[in-house]
Design a binder for this molecule. Structure first.
Ligand SMILES: [Zn+2]
Ligand SMILES: [Zn+2]
Length: 216
């Protein structure tokens, strides 16, 4: 039997053609219950080797937790977040905070937006703000790509797989602080590992990392 849309939904669709990628509801970019249904605890992975943490070969602190796999509906949600729906970042952060245990750190630090990005906002910062709001933790936007890194070496896919230690710099900050890194999608862990090394070079200790999704 065909589903006849209520007039209000038809009007919403005409003026604001957005829909939930999970249930298809018009007028909602993502229902709250649908968002929660996409998230579940997934075993932490080692940032160095990508295996389940603790892997036994690398420091226990170098691990990342995610709340989903980057596929189907979650892929749609992340693509929307990166295509202008900035508010999805805070919502993802708030929802993920209920899936992860609150870390014992002084602040959250988002992975920086790439220098060549034209997005205009950093989706990882939006996610970190949601997590920080839920956990009562400060968000410090202190990590940056090194100024000359992309132009100096280009950013081929292979290079991104193994970032050198000087790919990132940290703004001066209290060196005794322990932080958790926040990223949107974790593929190889290379970005997080590089960020951890850059933080350590500035006297800042990374004791955990969080992402919305693992790439696979
Ligand atoms: Zn929905
Ligand atoms: Zn490992």
């Amino acid at each position: 039997m065909p589903r006849f849309l209520p007039l209000v939904e038809i009007l919403l669709h005409a003026f604001w053609p957005t829909f939930c990628p999970v249930c298809g509801s018009l007028g909602s970019s993502l229902c709250e219950s649908c968002l929660k249904s996409l998230l579940k605890p997934i075993r932490a992975r080692c940032v160095v080797c990508g295996r389940d943490a603790p892997c036994g070969a690398h420091p226990r602190d170098l691990r990342v937790q995610a709340a989903s796999i980057y596929e189907s509906e979650m892929r749609d949600v992340i693509l929307r977040l990166k295509s202008g729906e900035e508010s999805l970042g805070r919502r993802l952060g708030l929802a993920c905070a209920a899936v992860f245990a609150k870390p014992d750190v002084g602040a959250l630090v988002p992975a920086p937006l790439h220098l060549k990005s034209r997005r205009g906002y950093n989706q990882s910062l939006c996610i970190a703000k949601g997590l920080g709001e839920a956990w009562g933790l400060e968000v410090l936007d202190i990590a940056r790509w090194a100024d000359d890194f992309p132009t100096r070496r280009g950013m081929s896919r292979d290079e991104r797989m193994s970032l050198p230690n000087d790919a990132f710099i940290f703004a001066p900050h209290d060196p005794n602080i322990h932080i958790a890194l926040v990223d949107d999608v974790v593929t190889t862990g290379s970005t997080l590992l590089s960020l951890s090394k850059a933080a350590l070079a500035h006297g800042i200790t990374v004791t955990r990392a969080f992402a919305v999704a693992f790439a696979s």
